[in-house]
Design a protein. Structure first.
Length: 167
């Protein structure tokens, strides 16, 4: 089973957020239910990378969990459905939350907004520090509006940095 970034976001969204290992287990269950198959770990890694780059997924720390969320190891990184996601639950994945018995996680939107802003700033710096890729900068410009609609952040200064790179 090869999942797209939006399908990863859909699976993550079923739980509120998942660690990398939990996401792998969830997709393995869906693949097995679909046709008895399994997931390709390399393809999953590539889909996660694509999801992170496109802001379809956002990686955050346990500090972003709402205060009443079940405790996790403080070092655990979690994926949430990101600001550019169109979450799509893959066929055969809808029952995975019951199979894995992972309680739905709730997140603090302000903390997620801060994380998205930091990640966005890093993406701008990477795009501007490397060979300036106007397509990547234009993509980031569009994502900036998604982030503002998704989390309580303002990205006017970051958009100005992008526009400087496009000039």
């Amino acid at each position: 089973m090869d999942a797209t970034a939006d399908e990863l976001a859909g699976v993550v969204d079923l739980f509120g957020g998942l660690s990398r290992a939990e996401l792998g287990r969830a997709l393995s269950e869906a693949a097995f239910r679909a046709d008895g198959g399994s997931i390709d770990e390399r393809a999953l890694g590539e889909a996660i990378d694509e999801g992170l780059e496109s802001f379809t997924l956002l990686e955050c720390s346990t500090e972003c969990l709402a205060t009443d969320a079940p405790a996790l190891d403080p070092g655990t990184a979690l994926f949430v459905s990101g600001p550019a996601a169109f979450p799509t639950v893959p066929e055969y994945a809808e029952d995975v939350p019951h199979i894995l018995d992972i309680e739905r996680r709730r997140f603090d939107r302000d903390a997620l907004g801060v994380t998205a802003r930091e990640r966005f700033g890093d993406a701008i710096a990477a795009a501007r520090d490397g060979d300036l890729d106007d397509d990547r900068l234009r993509d980031l410009l569009e994502v900036s509006y998604d982030i503002e609609a998704w989390g309580p952040v303002e990205l006017d200064d970051e958009r100005a940095r992008i526009e400087e790179g496009l000039d």
